[in-house]
Design a binder for this molecule. Sequence first.
Ligand code: MRU
Length: 362
Amino acid sequence: MKVNGVALRPLRALPDGQGIEVIDQRLLPFDLRMRPLRSARDVFVAIREMWVRGAPLIGAVAAYGLALQARRDASDAALRNAAKFLKGSRPTAVNLAWAVDRLLTQVLAVPEAVRADTAWAGAGAIAEQDVQVNEAIGRHGLPLLQAVAARKPGPVNVLTHCNAGWLATVDWGTATSPIYQAHAAGLAVHVWVDETRPRNQGASLTAWELGQAGVPHTVVADNAGGHLMQHGRVDLCIVGCDRVASNGDACNKIGTYLKALAAHDNGVPFYVAMPTSTLDMALAEGVQGIPIEERSGRELTHVSGRTAAGEVVEVQLTPDGSAAANPAFDVTPARLLTGLITEHGIVAADAAALRQLMAGRR
Ligand code: MRU
């Protein structure tokens, strides 16, 4: 996608083949800065501290982390250790393990002398595949927006949660891909952007992305969605996901479940945009089975923003001494989902449909 008219991705391989550059997403929307990562340890820190975030992007970045390890020591032991280390950086998004395991298998199958180049090319292929997958998700999701536009006047109002945009992927985004493609096709689209406390990925990342693309949007408090749906101001919800179990239960940023409940109560279609790299067929169900990351309470008790003088500062919100709990994700049961928008088409969120989708694909 473009920033100030210039094509940009959140991940770029350095031409010397010895590192990558990533957008430091902690600084957005006020500062757009790339940071170099030159080792598996750098990559671990960037994922853990959320310089990069979003399920598909952390998968691609972690793959490069393994490739950087292969530049230093491509022995079986070193690669297996690095893979384990990288997979421990964040627990919930399954794309991380999907990408690292896929690359590890590929690299261990070739002689040690060619592993570094094989790994580098393999990481690049994972990143490029993500771009194609997300473009296809947009193509399959676009008719949902076109159908709304065909039956009512005015813009199609889409509600989204967190950031499942191009910043969370290598390009296009997942939930935003149908939106960007609708906008490019000349459809009038308006996006309700959940601010997404506590880290505000909606307010600071999705709003920035949509603004750069010229897509009309409005940031709302996380608690506003139910009210907007009751008053007919949301035509459909599209969100991303971090892990989907084999029965269709979908894990995404905390607060997604409440939006799905409100959508269900108001008859608003609720779609999850899901690259198949986010599907965990090993899990029978998601509510008990998906590991939920617990992050620091400081993400709740403090917030950062820009002062009138242009300085970005962090301030405290809560009284000294109040405890804060911060589960970073929740799981929406499959029964609340209208469908999953995948790179292969829209499928029902149920075990039979997902089994059929994956039959013969891996
Ligand atoms: O904690 P984050 O910012 O990594 O969580 C990201 C989300 O929940 C996204 O919405 C999800 O990964 C989908 S990304 C296309």
